[in-house]
Write a protein that binds this ligand. Structure first.
Ligand code: EPU
Length: 419
């Protein structure tokens, strides 16, 4: 198992390019199951989660080929049972339920468990499938869906913590092949949902309203093959922006969509950082330290939960008292115990972290608990005194393409070794 050693100190300088979005690529790859014809997806990031999704598609019977960021898939004949040994490795595999139900009217997929960021129910997905006319059974750890036909319906996907991103994706992918009109109220508005809808539209689906909280789908009899380029990863981009604010001299993050990052750039501007926002790049210049923040995570277009851990790392060395309230996954604070081991002054009150900024963190051996927590620890290590040793870094490879190489190109000193 690899570990990462981050040498604290070097100031970052230069340009860094953002990869394709993980959370767009996963449902888009799943959506290729909706047609027998070939699909070509560009700018697919090289990540272990994406690799799991490619393996799932192959196990279901699709031909999958990958060459330098381009994935070609032909799902001519498919099975509808996804094997537990691969599905259990990635919670997002749940998004094959929608396309399997849409195309074959049946699906058997392992029920995802909770994970370190909290309880991860799929009740809203299942409620949506039922509304479309599917029977839903939980049996032997699997979710089983079956329907003689799918019929368009009115579905509300708003839950206690807002809408559901993968739930919206799943219902969208089943509804495109249902008979008649489906109206999804309380739909997730994330750019990744819009990207999926755009791909489905290229495949022949009739969808209106993606990017708003009401999506209307007019079912069609079948979909055809299509070619698509995945949008830039706004969370990877935001992570580099946070790294630049924390230990940058002059960093430009390129090939991103600034309109997807407004909540993050607003937070950095409020904290007093200097940003030049271009059409597809953002430059961050050193300002000698920012101001404390009061952050609250919210569904898009609010401040993303997937940026919360990285901002905790930034605020740990920002003078003054900051608060960070997690409204999407209220238990997503595992990274705090690790940055506390590096000297951060943080305590939790319910789902609010209260962070008193100190001058510098002190390097320590730490443990990555999930994807974004690992990124936060790398950021913390960049400006700590000494060498921060991060264990369990397989989490970071799930969602960041070559993060160590990209940061090293900006002047960081990050090594990867066998633990
Ligand atoms: N929820 C329910 N019932 C459901 C589904 C969700 O109560 O049926 C709750 C969740 O427990 C949570 C909230 O609704 O409190 C939002 O969860 P959501 O379903 O939107 O999360 P997701 O679709 O499973 C995606 C991303 C996550 C990201 C969340 C929120 C992918 C593959 N994953 O998960 O990304 O945090 O949306 O934006 O798209 C990550 O990339 O590190 C990551 C965890």
């Amino acid at each position: 198992m690899d570990k990462i050693l981050v040498h604290g100190g070097p100031r970052l300088k230069g340009n860094v390019r953002v990869s394709g979005s993980k959370n767009s690529a996963l449902p888009i790859l799943a959506a290729t199951l909706l047609t027998r014809e070939p699909c070509i997806i560009h700018r697919v990031p090289d990540l272990s989660d994406v690799n799991f999704m490619q393996q799932i598609l192959a196990k279901l019977g699709a031909d999958v080929e990958r060459a330098s960021g381009v994935v070609q898939i032909r799902a001519e004949k498919i099975h509808t049972e996804a094997p537990y040994d691969i599905v259990r490795k990635m919670r997002a595999s749940v998004c094959i339920l929608g396309p399997l139900l849409g195309r074959e009217k049946e699906a058997t997929v392992s029920m995802p468990g909770g994970c370190v960021i909290g309880d991860r129910p799929i009740d809203l997905h299942l409620k949506g499938f039922e509304a479309l006319g599917s029977a839903v059974r939980i049996q032997g750890g699997d979710v089983k869906l079956f329907a003689s036909r799918l019929i368009g319906a009115r579905i509300n996907l708003r839950g206690k913590f807002g809408s559901t991103v993968l739930g919206t994706d799943n219902i969208l992918m089943a509804a495109v092949l249902a008979e008649g009109t489906t109206v999804i109220d309380g739909a997730a508005e994330e750019p990744e949902v819009v990207d999926l809808a755009n791909f489905l539209i290229k495949m022949g689906a009739k969808i209106e309203g993606a990017g708003t909280n009401r999506i209307v789908v007019e079912g069609v009899a079948e979909l055809h093959g299509a070619e698509h380029t995945v949008i830039p990863d706004r969370i990877e981009a935001g992570t580099f922006l946070a790294a630049a604010a924390l230990s940058g001299d002059d960093v430009t993050v390129t090939r991103l969509d600034p309109s997807h990052l407004t909540a993050v750039t607003d937070a950095l501007l409020t904290a007093g950082h200097h940003l030049d926002i271009g059409s597809d790049s953002i430059r961050v210049r050193a300002n000698g330290g920012g101001l404390p923040l009061e952050l609250r995570t919210e569904p898009y277009p609010g401040f993303p939960t997937d940026m919360q851990a990285q901002f905790c790392a930034l605020l740990a060395t920002t003078k003054g008292v900051s608060t960070v309230t997690e409204n999407v996954f209220p238990q997503r604070f595992m990274h705090l115990s690790e940055i506390k081991r590096m000297g951060a002054q943080v305590h939790l009150e319910g789902s609010t972290a209260i962070i008193r900024g100190i001058d510098q963190l002190s390097a320590a051996p730490v443990m990555a608990s999930d994807l974004r927590a690992s990124a936060a620890l790398v950021l913390a290590g960049l400006q700590a005194d000494g060498i921060t040793e991060i264990n369990r870094v397989y989490h970071i490879d799930r969602g960041y393409e070559s993060i160590d190489d990209k940061l090293n190109n900006l002047g960081a000193q990050i090594e990867r070794t066998k633990a």
